[in-house]
Design a protein around this ligand. Structure first.
Ligand SMILES: NC(=O)c1ccc[n+]([C@@H]2O[C@H](COP(=O)([O-])OP(=O)(O)OC[C@H]3O[C@@H](n4cnc5c(N)ncnc54)[C@H](O)[C@@H]3O)[C@@H](O)[C@H]2O)c1
Length: 425
């Protein structure tokens, strides 16, 4: 552990990086396409920056449009057809938060209409969709931010600095897991107002296979491969994106998956309920060649780790638990004070230090006033539009992290390891 390790770190200050950006008077006119759970969360995060204003909303479910009018007023342009929104001259940028199968199609058309894009992860639903998306972004010169807000989290940034400093040594394994007990998944009850007149079923399907109206598929689209990229696209991709950011990884060389669908055999899903994937990454910049081990289990009798995006990085000299607002670093030997001084000069607060069974444990907590990961991610998007600020999750980043997740599905389906070269994109 070299005493000068932190002098090698990039000259950036946490406080400066996450500070309130100087705001321009002019607000970016924002539309939301898909105003469900994440569309609403994204909208609130964007408005919190005070750099945008809502001008339009598209959703295929009447209730969401009514909620929009009730909350934001009748002057908001609303439609069930996303083309009305992307061709509107009242819109500069769109947030795409529909089910996965629609992301690439809507993003492509919106970019061709000259709109800037904030697209939910995974930005592609099939690996082959990536090339056309990149071409459209280059041709239309619009800003494209991937909705992997974890890369704008304080903890992710600190994990990157600590990894780069060599404090945990070369990384060899990274582990993340998501589990939920089956009882926590409430059985589906069709909302009273949901029918073919209140839901534009054909617009929900778009390119997906045609089938009669089915409220369960509409509301619980995550369980169905026609609309969802499964546990990998929904959950693994969060950890994959943060790991790509921390390790500056371009993508795995090899992916193996297994899992199954044995409990939910009641016709409510066709995607696996248990999935384990191992992604092998090459050594980049001497940070270590490592395997990313991910697992998700929807039918874990008692466990409760759903929605968490935390993971553990294991290196030859120590380990690091990475959460958005906390970092727990454990090392074999005491870290010299001058190294901590280096970290603190970057705006990181002093860690709580303990020694347990010869392990030196350092707990770092986010300094107050730095803003949430989600708001910072939207701020980064809006600053990129206004001032050309560098994006934290641009289209290339989004496609590489989505592809790594989609490779997990490919391996599961093919029941074999898949080799990959990120230059293939
Ligand atoms: N970044 C994150 O932390 C995070 C968290 C949750 C979900 N997501 C992503 O956000 C997306 C949406 O997930 P959600 O949980 O909000 O789902 P949701 O079902 O709550 O919302 C989806 C919305 O899209 C609407 N919709 C469906 N087809 C449409 C169409 N053709 N045009 C316009 N609207 C349409 C639905 O009516 C619904 O309101 C997914 O891709 C998911 O992976 C990201």
């Amino acid at each position: 552990m070299g005493a000068t390790a932190f002098s090698l770190l990039p000259k950036m200050s946490f406080a400066k990086h996450f500070s309130e950006a100087k705001q321009n008077e002019e607000l970016i006119r924002l539309a939301v396409i898909g105003k469900g759970r994440m569309g609403t969360t994204n909208l609130k995060a964007s408005l919190t920056t005070k750099m945008s204003q809502l001008t339009a909303v598209c959703d295929v479910y009447e209730k969401r449009l009514q909620e929009t009018i009730d909350e934001y007023g009748k002057e908001i342009l609303i439609s069930r057809n996303y083309r009305d929104i992307i061709h509107s001259d009242k819109v500069d940028a769109v947030i795409i938060a529909t089910p996965d199968h629609l992301h690439q199609k809507i993003a492509l058309e919106a970019m061709k209409a000259g709109k800037h894009i904030y697209c939910e992860k995974p930005i592609i639903y099939r690996i082959a969709e990536g090339k056309e998306l990149i071409r459209a972004q280059k041709e239309n010169k619009v800003i494209f931010q991937t909705g992997s807000q974890g890369v704008s989290a304080w903890g992710t940034e600190l994990a990157r600095l600590i990894t780069e400093s060599g404090l945990i040594g070369p990384v060899n394994l990274i582990e993340g897991e998501f589990t939920i007990a089956p009882n926590d998944l409430k059985s589906f009850v069709t909302p009273k107002d949901a029918n073919e007149s209140t839901i534009a079923w054909d617009r929900f399907l778009e390119n997906a296979p045609k089938r009669p109206f089915d409220a369960q598929r509409f509301f619980q689209w995550r369980g169905w491969q026609d609309y969802s990229s499964g546990l990998a696209g929904d959950l693994f991709v969060h950890v994959i994106a943060s790991v790509h950011y921390i390790m500056q990884a371009q993508g795995p060389e090899r992916v193996y998956s297994t899992g199954g669908l044995n409990y939910y055999r009641d016709g409510t899903r066709d995607l696996p309920e248990v999935m384990l994937s191992y992604l092998d990454y090459p050594n980049m910049g001497n940070k270590g060649a490592f395997t990313l081990a991910l697992r998700a289990n929807l039918v874990d009798g008692i466990s409760k780790k759903w929605s968490s995006t935390d993971f553990t990085m294991i290196g030859t000299k120590g380990t690091m638990r990475v959460e958005w607002n906390t970092i727990t670093l454990k090392t074999r030997t005491r870290i010299p004070n001058e190294l901590f001084k280096g970290l603190m000069s970057l705006g990181v607060g002093e860690p709580k230090k303990t020694v347990v069974q010869n392990q030196h444990i350092y707990e770092f907590s986010k300094v107050k006033g730095l803003g949430s990961a989600h708001v910072n991610h939207h701020k980064n998007f809006l600053q990129a539009i206004k001032n050309g600020e560098k994006l934290r999750a641009d289209i290339d980043f989004g496609i590489k992290s989505a592809t790594a997740a989609l490779l997990c599905n490919e391996s599961y389906l093919q029941k074999s390891a898949i080799k990959w070269n990120s230059k293939q994109i």
